[in-house]
Design a protein around this ligand. Structure first.
Ligand code: GAR
Length: 203
């Protein structure tokens, strides 16, 4: 596909994005703001598994419907595929969503689920490696560099095809909090534009 074809595609299509998030929601907020002026890309739904997550208030302020999900239906029911289809969702963005994505959901949205991870995968990924645990491990290992990875989601935690990486230094004086802040800056700068690129290349 040429650049012009890709541009036509985004203009011709109606992309409905579901953000899955369960934390403070700073990435979700950036994504919502980024696409707020777009006619053809709509952040249609927030999917969340924590009733007290900060991200819920962010979605509500932007009048985006919130779907609160529970474990049983997610892992042993239909993984909410029916509801997502009813909303017409054609892209899922994980922005601080910590549950593993079940096979059923991956099968229903092949190559249409993307995740952001706060480290340079394949390092510091996998089960239990999220948020501050990642930054603690990076600092404990005296890494000189960390970063972000945006990738497609497959059945294994943090192992899907990479879409984008960006790095930043880890300073000797860093705490998990200062490193997290630097990583968040990278995430906020890159996630929404990379989502836009993915959308332009959607089949
Ligand atoms: C982000 O740093 C994201 O990379 C991380 O959770 C944070 C959510 O922050 N995700 C993971 O660790 C997934 N393994 P936010 O709620 O402020 O967007």
């Amino acid at each position: 596909m040429t650049g012009t074809d890709a541009q036509n595609k985004i203009e011709d299509s109606n992309i409905k994005v579901a953000i899955f998030a369960s934390g403070a929601g700073s990435n979700a907020e950036k994504i919502i703001n980024y696409f707020s002026g777009y006619e053809k890309v709509k952040i249609t739904l927030l999917v969340c598994n924590k009733p007290d997550a900060g991200v819920i208030k962010i979605a509500e302020a932007a009048t985006i419907p919130v779907l609160l999900i529970e474990k049983e239906q997610f892992f042993r029911g239909d993984a909410y595929v029916e509801i997502l289809k009813e909303f017409g969702i054609n892209l899922i963005v994980l922005a601080g969503f910590l549950w593993k994505v079940p096979k059923q959901l991956i099968a229903a949205f092949p190559d249409k689920i993307i995740n952001i991870h706060p480290a340079l995968l394949p390092n510091y990924g996998g089960k239990g490696m999220y948020g501050h645990f990642v930054h603690e491990a990076v600092i404990a290992n005296e890494e000189k560099e960390s970063g972000i990875t945006i990738h497609f989601v497959n059945e294994n935690f943090d192992e899907g095809k990479h879409i984008f990486q960006a790095s930043c230094p880890v300073l000797p004086t860093d705490t998990p909090e200062t490193l997290a802040a630097r990583i968040h800056q990278l995430e906020h700068a890159h996630f929404a534009p990379i989502i836009e690129t993915v959308i332009k290349n959607l089949e």
